[in-house]
Design a protein around this ligand. Structure first.
Ligand SMILES: [Zn+2]
Length: 433
């Protein structure tokens, strides 16, 4: 590009950003960002990421707006959005933007009501906050899988103890953890970069932490940077290396946030995406894409090969055991909805904390310390649990309908979803948009 062309392009970009800031939609979006920051004063977990103007956060801290005022303001923005729907001639992203802002504000109001003491059932809460309801299951659904595991892991004693014994051979030794994670991230990153163009300065740092209710976390910092934290409270099994590296990093949360910043915040000037309220529909898309992204980057045969040739040796584990380990894990993965069921029963008041941990141990096959960690997670994040497995299934279904088995189409559809403000209800086959 010549210097003159570059200057013209820069001027055009500045003009576009300036024009974008003056539209009525952008004014409403700015008010929304400020409301999310105001919510952060009442709820420490609410603002997961914010990289807009730092003075907006300072204003929110100084003002400490009461919940009732936040709710009234959200109601006013919603009325204005309803009065000015996106033009039917507008492009798809612009129409999705309008729906997205509306649902995010409705979820914000639901969270305000909860903080004010309103009681919702598990399903009412997940619909209000995440725009989705998880299917219900009975003990019988999980017993079939548990019976298969009984045959796979024969021997004396309880199944959970046999599974724990089996799995203890696949722990990453602490002194090898960092090397194994770095290799896993490099594997996830290089596969992602073959298909998705990312800004040259995108980057992340890893920290190892303790005393958390989660096993990994991505804190997006803006400017294409993430802080990825890995919790080392409990032993970390070899399958967690790729799972966490893809989920928190590539093509999961880090890439999702980078693409939103690049495509929506910077290129379009849509400021509402510079803030990420955790208890909102955006979380189902975030967790669902992060979990499905593991399979996008590593389809099963490629994953087994990478585990056998790279990660098992790096962790000092016997590569000959790779297939056996992943065959058992595939069965255990089919128990994941048992965690939702325990959360539903516990949060609906049908069972207490101890019974919830027992349920998770028995039907999701978590050892007791892990089940107790999971209950702490449920206490902190409540119906958020559905975003992982239901979110993954909804995203998988949406991408598969578009791409079938074609790898290139799958990456394209995945990147498009990561770069758009599509809602969870917009993933359904009959969704209107
Ligand atoms: Zn996540």
């Amino acid at each position: 590009m010549t210097r003159a062309l570059l200057a013209a392009a820069l001027l055009a970009t500045c003009a576009m950003a300036l024009a974008a800031q003056n539209t009525p939609m952008n004014k409403l979006a700015e008010r929304y960002v400020k409301l999310v920051l105001a919510m952060g004063q009442h709820d420490a977990d609410y603002v997961d990421a914010f990289y807009g103007p730092p003075e907006w956060r300072k204003e929110a801290e100084a003002a400490k707006r009461p919940l009732a005022a936040i709710d009234a303001d959200a109601g006013d923005i919603l009325s204005q959005l309803a009065a000015a729907p996106a033009a039917s001639s507008a492009d798809e992203l612009t129409r999705l933007r309008h729906q997205h802002l509306t649902k995010q504000l409705q979820a914000l109001r639901a969270r305000v009501a909860m903080l004010q003491g309103k009681k919702l059932t598990f399903d009412e809460e997940s619909r209000a906050l995440y725009d989705a309801v998880a299917p219900t299951h009975t003990e019988g659904d999980f017993k079939k899988v548990l019976a298969e595991l009984e045959t796979r892991l024969p021997g004396q004693g309880n199944l959970i103890d046999r599974y724990d014994g089996f799995r203890s051979r696949f722990v990453i030794p602490k002194e090898r953890l960092d090397a194994v994670f770095k290799a896993a991230i490099e594997g996830c990153r290089s596969r992602t970069l073959q298909h998705v163009e990312l800004p040259a300065n995108e980057n992340f740092t890893i920290e190892y932490v303790t005393n958390k209710s989660w096993s990994g976390y991505n804190w997006y910092q803006g400017n294409y940077r993430s802080l990825i934290q890995v919790n080392t409270d409990l032993p970390i099994y070899i399958d967690r290396a790729i799972d966490l590296a893809c989920h928190e990093g590539y093509p999961g949360h880090h890439v999702y946030n980078v693409l939103l910043e690049k495509n929506l915040v910077r290129d379009r000037g849509w400021v509402e995406f510079s803030v990420y309220p955790l208890f909102s529909p955006q979380s189902l898309i975030a967790e669902g894409t992060a979990n499905y992204g593991i399979e996008v980057a590593f389809p099963r045969p490629e994953r087994l090969k990478f585990e056998r040739e790279v990660l098992f040796p790096k962790a000092g584990l016997d590569p000959k055991l790779t297939d056996e380990y992943y065959a058992v894990q595939a069965l255990v993965d089919r128990l994941s909805y048992a965690g939702n069921e325990a959360a539903r029963r516990y949060l609906n008041g049908r069972i207490d904390k101890a019974a919830a941990a027992e349920w998770i141990e028995e039907y999701a096959l978590y050892t007791r310390p892990r089940a107790e960690q999971r209950v702490r997670f449920i206490d902190q994040y409540r119906s958020y649990v559905i975003n992982y497995n239901l979110g993954k299934d909804m995203v998988a279904d949406y991408i598969t309908r578009r791409a079938g088995d074609d790898e290139r189409k799958r990456w394209n559809a995945f990147e498009e979803l990561l770069s758009s403000p599509r809602l969870p209800s917009g993933l359904a086959p009959d969704a209107r948009h």
